[in-house]
Design a protein around this ligand. Structure first.
Ligand code: FES
Length: 174
């Protein structure tokens, strides 16, 4: 008996596919929609799993490798789900000179994770970042709901982590 291969169910829902397709007329070609498509998928799933990457390629009539190229260039799109809040602690020169590296290490130790990982309760993902463009707040951090933190020290870092673990703040409350 020949084994049958079942088709993989689609991951990207129809409404999101339509939204991605609606961007095509705004751009010179379908491939140029790769980055907006990645952002849309990322905000829907809080990650871009391999299957979603393949489906973006199918929608935009490009290869999965081309989508992967864009993903890896920006380093913003994880394949595994993120925590409820994602925070970047800057390690570039201005922040590093003012203790950014130590704060990142301190935060990760406190949360029992490594940089790039998510806490066991799924509430917080901590990553390092290159310059966040807020050097006047060095050492600084930025969360993906738009909060800016800094200048940080050990005590304000702890307050930041406690606040972030309460969950994202709606945009209108910023
Ligand atoms: S060096 Fe950290 S925000 Fe610019």
């Amino acid at each position: 008996m020949t084994p049958t291969t079942l088709p993989t169910p689609r991951m990207i829902p129809d409404s999101l596919r339509q939204k991605i397709e609606s961007y095509v007329p705004r751009y010179p070609n379908k491939k140029a929609v790769t980055l907006p498509a990645l952002h849309m998928v990322h905000s829907h799933f809080r990650c871009v799993p391999y299957q979603a990457m393949k489906e973006i390629a199918e929608i935009l009539e490009i290869t999965p490798a081309e989508v992967a190229d864009t993903m890896s260039f920006y380093g913003f799109f994880p394949q595994a789900p993120l925590g409820d809040v994602r925070v970047w602690i800057c390690r570039s020169i201005s922040c590093m000179l003012r203790g950014g590296d130590e704060l990142l290490e301190h935060a990760c130790k406190n949360l029992n994770i490594e940089p790039g990982q998510t806490t066991a309760d799924g509430k917080l993902t901590v990553e390092f970042a290159e310059c966040l463009g807020i050097c006047d707040h060095a050492p600084a951090a930025l969360s993906d709901d738009g909060r800016v933190f800094g200048p940080l020290d050990e005590s304000s870092l702890q307050k930041m982590l406690d606040d972030l673990r309460k969950g994202p703040i709606p945009l209108e409350e910023l």
